[in-house]
Ligand binder design. Structure first.
Ligand code: HEM
Length: 417
C-alpha cells in the first residue's frame, strides 16, 4: 500500500542537500506542505521530519536508536568514533550521567568566572592591534576556557594549534574536499593529544582536581565496572573541549545581531528584565548552527499514517523547527522579546536537540553554552568599545556549519575603565 507521504524524486539527492544546506529540509516541507517527506541521501532512503510533533516522536528512545545513524565522514571529523553520540539504552544513560555530573551549578559558576577572566586578558592584547577577527579570537578564548575548566594543561605556545584543530573538526561537518580533510587531520592530532592526557592522569603524572572533565573521563567506570578504553576516554574528553570552542560561532553571530540591531546593545549591556538571556535564546533560535540530527528506526511503527520501517534513517530538522511557522510568530524576525514569558516544551525549541537530558541525546552542554554566551556578550557590550569596519557579514546558508563570511572584524578595541 502506498502512503500519502510526499517523496522527492531522484536516485540520490545528496547534491541538493549540499546546495541548499540548512534550507534543504525546510524548502521541501514548504513545497510539499508537509512536516514529513521521503528522499534518498548518501545512498539510502531517508525520512525527513520537522516541527514539534516530529521532535516528540524522534526523541522516543523506544522507537529510535543512534547506533549506525551517523555517517563515517561525520564520525571521522566532528564526533569521533564510538563516543556517546552513537550509544543507546542503558549504556548511553550511564555515559550521559557522567557528562551531566560535570554540569553542576557550582561548576558552571567556575566556568563563567574563567570565561570573564579570559576575555579580559585577550582584550588587553587587542588594544595593541588595529583589528582582530572575532571568531578566531573567540575560538582561542574558548579553547583556553575549555582546557582550564576541564583540567587539561595548555601551554600558551599550544593555544593557536589546539584552537584551530578544535575549530576545524567543527568546520568540517558538512564539508567535502579540503575542509573535510582538514577536519580529519585535526581530529587525529587532537585524539593523540587527549589520549596522552588520559594516560598521564592515570599514571599520576597529571593530577587534575576530581570535579574536572579530564579526571572524570580518566577514571569513569562503565557498566561492567571497567575504565574506559584510552581511545574512548580521549574521544569523550574532546566531546567536552570541542563544543566549548564551538560556542565561538554563536558569539560571532551575537556580534552580528548587535551590529545589525544597534538599539539592542544597551539592553544587552544593562540586562534589564533579563534581556540578555532572551537575546542569547534568540541567537540560538535564529542563526543556523545544527542543521538536523539523525537516528535509525529501532522497530516498525506508524506516524501520520506513514510506516517507519526498522533500520530507516530519519533526519529531524533542527533549523526548520526553530523557524517553524506553527511554533514561532514571524520566525524570520530577530526579536529577543519573543522569549518573554515564553512557555517552551522540550520539543519546540531545539537548537541543541530536544527531549530530556538524562534519557535521550539532547546536548549535554546546553547550560554551558547559554552561560558562556551570556558572560561573553556581557563583556562585549559592557567592558569594551569597538568599531565595525565595512566587511561582508553575509551568511551562506549552504555552508554547514554557517558563519558570518568575514568572521566579524572588530577594529580599535578599547577597554572601558
Ligand atoms: C549533543 C548542539 C555545545 C556536549 C548535541 C546535539 C546537538 C548539539 C544538535 C545532538 C542532539 C541530538 O542528536 O539529539 C550543540 C551546539 C552547541 C553545543 C549548537 C553550541 C556551541 C555543547 C557544549 C558541550 C556539548 C558546550 C559540552 C561542554 C554535547 C554532548 C552531546 C551533545 C556530550 C551528546 C549527547 C548525547 O549523545 O547524549 N549538541 N552543542 N555541546 N553535545 Fe552539544
Amino acid at each position: 500500500k502506498s502512503s500519502q507521504v510526499p517523496r522527492e524524486q531522484g536516485l540520490d539527492n545528496s547534491l541538493n542537500l549540499l546546495k541548499e544546506g540548512y534550507l534543504y529540509i525546510p524548502n521541501r516541507c514548504r513545497r510539499f506542505q508537509s512536516d514529513i517527506f521521503e528522499t534518498r541521501l548518501m545512498g539510502q532512503k531517508a525520512i525527513c521530519i520537522s516541527g514539534e510533533e516530529a521532535a516528540r516522536v524522534f526523541y522516543d528512545t523506544d522507537l529510535f536508536q543512534r547506533q549506525g545513524a551517523t555517517p563515517k565522514r561525520v564520525q571521522k571529523t566532528l564526533f569521533g568514533q564510538n563516543g556517546i553520540q552513537s550509544m543507546d539504552g542503558e549504556a548511553h544513560k550511564h555515559r550521559k550521567k557522567l557528562f551531566m555530573s560535570l554540569m553542576t551549578k557550582q561548576r558552571l559558576k567556575v566556568l563563567t568566572d574563567i570565561t570573564v577572566e579570559q576575555w579580559q586578558a585577550s582584550a588587553l592584547e587587542w588594544e595593541k592591534k588595529e583589528d582582530v577577527i572575532l571568531i578566531d579570537e573567540a575560538r582561542k578564548i574558548m579553547c583556553r576556557v575549555a582546557c582550564k575548566w576541564a583540567g587539561v594543561p595548555l601551554k600558551e605556545s599550544e593555544v593557536e594549534q589546539r584552537a584551530s584543530d578544535l575549530g576545524d573538526m567543527i568546520d568540517a561537518f558538512g564539508a567535502i574536499g579540503p575542509r573535510h580533510q582538514r577536519g580529519r587531520r585535526a581530529r587525529l592530532r587532537s585524539e593523540a593529544w587527549t589520549r596522552q592526557i588520559i594516560r598521564e592522569i592515570r599514571s599520576g603524572k597529571l593530577k587534575p582536581s576530581a570535579e574536572t572533565a579530564a579526571h572524570a573521563m580518566a577514571f569513569h567506570l562503565d557498566l561492567n565496572g571497567k575504565r574506559l578504553d584510552t581511545q574512548i576516554a580521549a574521544v569523550e574528553l574532546l566531546n567536552i573541549l570541542r563544543p566549548i570552542v564551538a560556542i565561538a560561532r554563536f558569539i560571532a553571530f551575537g556580534a552580528v545581531a548587535i551590529h545589525q540591531h544597534p538599539e539592542m546593545r544597551s539592553k544587552v549591556a544593562s540586562n534589564q528584565g533579563n534581556y540578555r538571556q532572551m537575546f542569547v535564546q534568540e541567537i540560538r533560535r535564529f542563526y543556523p548552527f545544527g542543521p538536523f540530527t539523525g537516528a535509525k528506526v529501532k522497530k516498525d511503527f506508524t506516524w501520520r499514517q506513514h510506516p517507519f520501517n526498522k533500520g530507516t534513517l530519519v533526519l529531524l530538522d533542527i533549523y526548520g523547527t526553530n523557524h517553524h511557522p506553527n511554533i514561532w510568530e514571524r520566525p524570520e524576525e530577530f526579536r529577543p522579546e519573543r522569549f518573554q514569558g515564553w512557555e517552551g516544551s522540550p520539543f519546540n525549541f531545539i537548537p541543541q536537540g530536544g527531549g530530556e537530558y538524562d534519557m535521550g541525546h539532547r546536548c549535554a552542554g546546553e547550560w554551558v553554552t547559554i552561560d558562556i554566551m551570556n558572560s561573553s556578550l556581557a563583556f562585549m557590550t559592557k567592558y569594551i568599545d569597538y568599531e565595525v569596519p565595512a566587511q561582508d557579514l553575509s551568511i551562506n546558508m549552504a555552508r554547514m556549519p554557517a558563519m558570518p563570511k568575514s568572521g566579524f572584524v572588530l577594529s580599535n578595541v578599547r577597554l572601558n575603565t
